[in-house]
Each structure stands twice: as structure tokens, then as C-alpha cells.
Design a protein around this ligand. Structure first.
Ligand SMILES: O=C(O)c1cc(C(=O)O)oc(=O)c1
Length: 304
């Protein structure tokens, strides 16, 4: 099989030469949502993928980690690799213990494969409900997987669009593990942060203490904000009240990540240094930042 891949037309590559953040991350900070892509020649993209990205290797991810001032990464299996976790596992194993991972598995995964993933540093599985990214998987299959990984003390990461939360509610609240919501459940930030849509996510977290959220991806969620480019100090301002609300209401159940290399952005690719400078606008005290960036991810991913 040829391992030469052609990127999806219009694909934006990750930003070269990011600035150094002005905000100094606390010691031990974790970038709790990022990806590796391939390289396709070594770790081919999955046949069932919905996009073909540019390569983004573990070496490039670790160089960014060091440049931005993070100590650790949580690498999340990207849908372009399907349920083939080899690139993810290779990155975790190559990190000297400084990366953990969230994998994608199918119902046929063996106990031995799960044990191997655990030994490599995998601590969760991702269930994706975003239709442009994945084909549908029946809920009973996902629940079966969740029950199996619960025994390893892993958690479930869920990615979905805000409009789908009512329909997913019962499934999420039946899950037997910690449930981590990607990118705040993708709110429509042109609505109010106190409006019905976001209120439902807040209610989910209020009523279910096992539900966490990543307050990540302002670059994806922003509708009217300025992009994090050209030294912009006030990027993605429309996302700030949403993320701030979660950080202040649930300080012990929020995570932050760069989302590097930012798959499927259409409009611009952010300067990751400026993205880090977004953090003090949503976590406005040193105590909140310590929880968001260090204590929470350490408890969830390096807890044992
Ligand atoms: O919104 C997206 O396109 C996106 C895609 C993926 C993935 O393909 O895994 O992961 C993300 O966190 C976000």
C-alpha cells in the first residue's frame, strides 16, 4: 500500500514559529488535549478517516511542549487514525513518562490489548459523536466498552455538538466512569453563556460530579473574536465568559489543552503562544490556574 497521503483540500497546517507566551505557566503544567498525526509514512491514516491532515509528529509535539513551557501532554487519538492507536502509543512510549493518552477502541479489543495500552500510558477512551468526523457506533457497543475500561480505572472522553446534548444526556449519565467533555461541548458562543443551551451543560456538570470539561478550543468556537495572530492580546473574547463560567463553577473538574495541531480549522491557524496567553483570561487567579493546569490533569492522568 502506498503511504503517500494527499491532504484534504484547503487543509491548514499548524503554525510554524509560535511566539513564546507572555503568561508563564505554573511548574508542572499539562497540555491536556493535543494530537499527533502520523507521520503518515510510518503510521498510515485510517481508511475510514473523514480528513487527511498534514503530518504532526511526536518530536514536533514535544518541541512545542518545551517551547510553550508545559511539562506534560495528554495526547488524544485523532479520528484520522480511527481505532489504530499506533502513532499515539509510539508518542506516549517516546515521551519518557511525560505523555499520557486517550485511545479509540472497538468492541473487539482484547483484554490483553487493553493491558498493553495501559502499560503505554493510555488512561481513557474517546467516544466521538460529531458527524463530520466519524461514522455512527451503536450506543450499546460504546457502553460495553465503557464497562470494560472502567475496570482499568480509565475514563471516557466525549466529543459532541451542543445541539445534540439533550439526545445524548441519558447515555452520558449512564456511563460508569469519569466523563470528560471535549471543548465545552461546543457551545454556540453567539448565544448567552447563561442561555438555555450552555445552561444544560452546566446542569449536566452540576448534577453529575463525575462529569468534567475541557475549557479548550477558543480558536474553534469563536464567532466574532479576533484570531490569536500578530501579537493579538485579546483573542477570542466571545469565548471567555463560557470558559470562565466553567472554571469558576467547577474548578476541580476542568482541563485545558492547546488542541495542537488544530485539525480542520478553516479560517486561520492560531499562534500557539498566544493561545497560552488566553489562559489567564479564563482562569483569573493563581489558585484556579494551578487546578486547571496542574492539579486536575495530574489527578486524572498521573494519579496512581
Ligand atoms: O473539531 C474537530 O475537527 C476535531 C477533530 C478531532 C479529531 O479528528 O480527532 O479532534 C478534535 O479535538 C477536534
Amino acid at each position: 500500500m502506498s503511504t503517500h497521503f494527499t491532504k484534504t483540500p484547503g487543509w491548514l497546517d499548524w503554525y510554524r514559529g509560535p511566539s513564546r507566551p507572555v503568561f508563564q505557566l505554573p511548574p508542572g503544567a499539562v497540555d491536556a488535549h493535543c494530537h499527533v498525526f502520523g507521520p503518515g509514512e510510518r503510521f498510515p491514516y485510517a481508511a475510514e478517516r473523514k480528513y487527511t491532515p498534514c503530518d504532526a509528529s511526536k518530536e514536533q509535539l514535544f518541541a512545542l511542549r518545551d517551547h510553550l513551557g508545559f511539562a506534560r501532554n495528554v495526547i488524544v487519538q485523532a479520528t484520522c487514525h480511527g481505532a489504530d492507536n499506533r502513532a499515539l502509543v509510539d508518542a506516549c512510549l517516546g515521551s519518557q513518562g511525560r505523555a499520557r493518552g486517550v485511545a479509540t477502541v472497538k468492541r473487539g479489543v482484547s483484554d490483553e490489548q487493553l493491558r498493553e495500552l495501559h502499560a503505554a500510558g493510555i488512561r481513557g477512551v474517546r467516544f466521538n459523536f460529531v458527524r463530520r468526523l466519524v461514522d455512527f457506533t451503536p450506543r450499546e457497543e460504546l457502553l460495553e466498552i465503557a464497562n470494560r475500561i472502567a475496570e482499568l480505572n480509565w475514563h471516557v472522553v466525549v466529543y459532541f455538538e451542543a445541539a445534540d446534548l439533550p439526545e445524548l444526556w441519558d447515555f452520558f449519565t449512564d456511563l460508569p466512569t469519569i466523563v470528560v467533555i471535549d471543548h465545552m461541548g461546543r457551545p454556540d458562543v453567539s448565544q448567552s453563556p447563561d442561555g438555555d443551551e450552555f445552561e444544560l451543560l452546566v446542569r449536566l456538570m452540576r448534577e453529575h460530579p463525575n462529569v468534567w470539561s475541557k475549557v479548550s478550543c477558543p480558536e474553534r468556537l469563536s464567532v466574532s473574536g479576533n484570531p490569536a495572530l500578530d501579537g493579538e492580546r485579546e483573542a477570542y473574547s466571545d469565548v471567555v465568559p463560557f470558559a470562565r463560567r466553567l472554571v469558576e463553577t467547577f474548578p476541580d473538574r476542568v482541563l485545558w489543552g492547546t488542541d495542537w495541531p488544530h485539525p480542520n480549522l478553516k479560517n486561520h491557524m492560531p499562534d500557539d503562544g498566544l493561545l497560552v496567553d488566553f489562559i489567564p483570561r479564563i482562569a483569573t487567579t493563581a489558585e484556579l490556574r494551578q487546578k486547571l493546569l496542574v492539579d486536575n490533569p495530574m489527578r486524572l492522568y498521573w494519579g496512581e
